[in-house]
Write a protein that binds this ligand. Structure first.
Ligand code: KIV
Ligand code: NA
Length: 263
């Protein structure tokens, strides 16, 4: 299979060919997911919660993400390797570049940053220096204390309008992709129609250009509270490979997320 690239993801978006993304933290799962046709492997800062047992993503460091990124990059063959910039690592553009370089040198093809209009300058700065960026808006877990918990975003008219402004500003700044987390399904569709770059939803409805889940949620092994948008794909399956393949198939044919996973 051919390598997944920014142009090939853009082409998938144009052809309404859904993109399957999963979080991944090690080489063995990277190899398995790649085999199952997952296009993008995200080394999420969710690793602080699912691998290390923290109650938020805030304690995660750049070196931790770089360590897991290197492992995933060794296991991946065709999939794109996307690494999260952790809390506090992109406060200034210079900090962002220095930290993003660590992830790119560990094997990432793109980095992900949480935030709207206010990080657009950082997105542009990185892009101009050969670091592709995926933006992340809606429920941004690094903002948990400002948001007052893990809550659905963009429910008010003002919130929805701001989210659309954010998405457009990030695209204009050169973002290659946008993750939309925990927003009403209708808003997920509107933002997707507004943009020409791919949107990847997690609790953002079925009309995004693709979907992402945390692998521990997909496999039903995360002991924490189960979010509405989570589906345990191990149900009815007898192997992890079958569960991951079922996820990819459900994303591709549009059967995941169903109405029960949406806001
Ligand atoms: O860290 C993570 O796993 C993420 C996804 C939920 C999008 O950012
Ligand atoms: Na994240």
């Amino acid at each position: 299979t051919k390598a997944v690239t920014i142009p090939s993801l853009l082409q998938m978006r144009g052809a309404a060919n859904k993109i399957a993304m999963l979080t991944c933290y090690d080489a063995s799962f990277a190899s398995l997911m790649d085999r199952c046709g997952v296009e993008v492997l995200l080394i999420g800062d969710s690793l602080g919660m699912v691998c290390n047992g923290h109650t938020s993503t805030l304690p995660v460091t750049i070196d931790e993400v770089a360590y897991h990124t290197a492992a995933v990059a060794r296991g991946a063959k065709s999939a794109m390797v996307l690494a999260d910039m952790p809390f506090g690592t992109y406060g200034t553009k210079e900090d962002a570049l220095r930290n993003a370089v660590k992830l790119m040198q560990a094997g990432a093809h793109m980095v992900k940053i949480e935030g709207g209009e206010w990080v657009a300058d950082t997105v542009r700065f990185l892009g101009e220096r050969a670091v592709p960026v995926c933006a992340h808006i809606g429920l941004t877990p690094q903002f948990v204390h400002q948001l007052g918990g893990y809550k659905v975003q963009g429910k008010t008219t003002e919130g929805a309008e701001q989210l659309k402004r954010d998405a457009l500003a990030l695209q204009s700044a050169g973002a290659s992709m946008v993750v939309l987390e925990a927003i009403p399904a209708g808003l997920g569709r509107e933002v997707t129609e507004l943009l020409s770059i791919p949107t990847i939803g997690i609790g953002a409805g079925p009309d995004c250009s693709g979907q992402v889940l945390v692998m521990h949620d997909l496999l039903g092994v995360f002991p924490g509270r189960k979010a509405r948008f989570v589906k345990n794909f191990m149900d009815g399956q007898t192997s992890i490979e079958a569960a991951v393949s079922a996820y990819v198939a459900a994303v591709k044919d549009g059967s995941f997320p169903g109405p029960e996973h949406c806001f």
